[in-house]
Design a protein around this ligand. Structure first.
Ligand code: NAP
Length: 279
């Protein structure tokens, strides 16, 4: 990679950030497509988001991805927000404007692609979502658009989940140990907490084997480690489990398009999938 005085700087803010594969993906896109960008990780503690964005803007950082725990916190510092991201209340992509950054959410596109990987029509089926944080909004949005009949939303803090999603008519919020209320069956399940990565490797948000009898197909949005404890428990109970690498890949493609105006070619997407995501 050759960096010149004209190279545009892109990056990602989050905490933790060292697990992120976004730098590998975006730098691969740049190299394969011949676009003059470089993408770097920026570890950022909560409370410093406003200062970080002001500094990045002053330094002409052309675009930033945003990961946990900042997807909501960045909103108040933006110059503008895409209506879809505003409706979701979470932003994961910032594009530099003259006055600041405009926020977008590319997780919707990424999660749609992830589900398509199952090659299953989920219309009319029920789904279980674990977690009610920043990424759960896009996930529930996609499940609604795919016309799933009911969504069982399990969260550690019930009040938080109620506040965000309790108004949706076909969403039932339960505590994590409330899963026994979910009718038995082989449902689609999406794991949207950070439990299973970093300091919690080897743990799952629900460890009772009785829960896993209710799962047919599952996605853990964590992509490092490659197999989380949640995925292992799903497989042990006879279900099919994927990690979140495909979502990461396709949300990155969409972010890169927003940052640069360049649509990454299908050949490069395939190469990135093999090189970085092993999908
Ligand atoms: P977030 O906004 O910080 O939300 C975290 C969620 O996890 C909340 O529901 C929280 O529950 C729950 N949680 C945290 N610690 C827990 C614990 N010890 N036990 C049970 N629940 C716990 O995070 P996010 O942005 O939604 O991201 C969530 C996960 O998705 C992360 O692992 C992230 O890496 C992954 N992700 C992957 C992709 C991808 O492309 N594959 C994209 C986006 C996100 P409370 O409400 O009780 O705090």
């Amino acid at each position: 990679m050759e960096i010149s005085g004209r190279t545009r700087v892109l990056g990602i803010i989050g905490d933790p950030i060292d697990h992120s594969r976004s730098p590998a993906l975006h730098n691969l896109f740049a190299k394969a497509e011949g676009i003059d960008t470089v993408y770097v990780p920026f570890p950022l503690k909560s409370g410093n988001v406003g200062d970080a964005l002001a500094g990045a803007h002053a330094l002409h950082v052309a675009g930033l991805n945003v990961t946990m725990p900042h997807k909501k916190a960045v909103i108040e510092y933006l110059d503008g927000i895409d209506p879809a991201a505003e409706a979701l209340g979470a932003v994961n992509t910032l594009v530099r404007t003259e006055r600041g950054y405009r926020g977008y959410n590319t997780d919707v596109v990424g999660f749609e692609k992830e589900l398509k990987g199952f090659q299953t029509d989920f219309e009319g089926q029920e789904a279980i979502v674990i977690g009610a944080g920043g990424v759960s909004g896009p996930v529930i949005h996609v499940l609604q658009s795919m016309k799933l009949s009911h969504i069982w939303l399990l969260n550690r803090t019930v009040e938080k989940a109620e506040e965000k999603f309790g108004h949706i008519s076909n969403v039932t919020v339960l505590p994590l140990d409330g899963f026994r209320e979910i009718p038995e069956g082989r449902h689609l399940c999406v794991q949207c907490t950070g439990v299973g990565m970093g300091a919690s490797i080897g743990r799952a948000p629900i460890e009772d084997p009785g829960f896993y009898k209710r799962i047919g197909k599952a996605v853990d949005l964590i992509y490092s480690p490659e197999e989380t404890e949640f995925m292992r428990l799903v497989r042990e109970a006879g279900g099919e489990a994927k990690n979140g690498l495909e979502m990461l890949l396709y949300q990155a493609v969409e972010s890169y398009r927003l940052f640069t105006g360049h649509q990454v070619s299908p050949e490069t997407v395939e190469m990135a999938g093999k090189a970085v995501c092993d999908v």
